[in-house]
Write a protein that binds this ligand. Structure first.
Ligand SMILES: C[S@@+](CC[C@H](N)C(=O)[O-])C[C@H]1O[C@@H](n2cnc3c(N)ncnc32)[C@H](O)[C@@H]1O
Length: 230
């Protein structure tokens, strides 16, 4: 497991910031562009894709981290007629100073969401908060395996944004995807930035049909998996 360490803010290729974890030797987002990657992988290939099928999204994010995916999802939710219930797992919540330093609400189109973004980061663990009319948020300050053991909830969209399989191999196993699959109705979707063969095979073994999609700048491919009838 990755423990909380002193994280270092860095600028990425599109001008947006991310964090570097020196112990893991890994960034929270692509250094080619944090915002570009989040929009490409989670919003476009995940949220907007799943919206063609359902207008109530029950999203589970594995690794809230900086909250950028949640903020972008909230922004998209505001511009459309849909309801989002967002649950985010994060065993190592970030300090307020780091979140302030990243200044994500200064990114284009996000300036009106400062109050809501603060409410996301301040949410008490396990308690569902109404962040805005159509967006509820539940923070889970636990590891993924502890959370999955304790819940019966089901999600029709999963943002799988853990550290990479090299750094956190225990989060990318067939057992983890099988456990997630039990919380996905048929037709639910999971998106991730990783396109590794072992990840694809682990998802397939768990009863998911996996597509390889073009990745964001600097990455050839990403994965989108759909829960199918077994
Ligand atoms: C790639 S970073 C997160 C990126 C994040 N979605 C963002 O936009 O900032 C991976 C995150 O997974 C969290 N994490 C580490 N171990 C975890 C575990 N066992 N279960 C769930 N999340 C974990 C880390 O603390 C970190 O915030």
């Amino acid at each position: 497991m990755i423990e909380q360490v002193k994280l270092i803010p860095v600028k990425t290729g599109d001008g947006s910031g991310t964090l570097y974890n020196p112990v893991a030797g890994e960034h929270y987002h692509s250094t080619n562009g944090a915002l570009t990657e989040s929009v490409h992988v989670f919003i476009q290939a995940g949220m907007l894709y799943q919206l063609h099928r359902e207008n109530r999204l029950r999203i589970l994010e594995v690794g809230l981290g900086t909250g950028l995916n949640a903020l972008l999802t909230l922004s998209e939710c505001r511009n459309r007629d849909l309801t989002v219930d967002y649950t985010a797992i994060e065993p190592f919540p970030l300090g307020k100073e780091l979140i302030a330093e990243l200044n994500y609400c200064s990114l284009p189109g996000l300036s009106e969401l400062s109050r809501e973004f603060a409410a996301i980061h301040n949410a008490a663990s396990g308690k569902t908060e109404t962040i805005s009319k159509d967006f509820s948020f539940t923070a889970i300050r636990k590891t993924l395996d502890n959370f999955l053991r304790d819940t019966d909830n089901r999600y029709n969209l999963i943002y799988f944004d853990a550290f990479s399989p090299q750094v956190a191999p225990d989060l990318w196993t067939p057992e983890v995807f099988q456990a997630l699959r039990r919380h996905m109705p048929t037709g639910a979707t999971l998106v991730t930035y990783s396109a590794k063969g072992l990840v694809r095979r682990a998802m397939q073994a768990a009863g998911m049909q996996v597509e390889r999609l073009p990745g964001p700048p600097g990455k050839r491919e990403m994965l989108r998996a759909t829960a199918i009838l077994k």
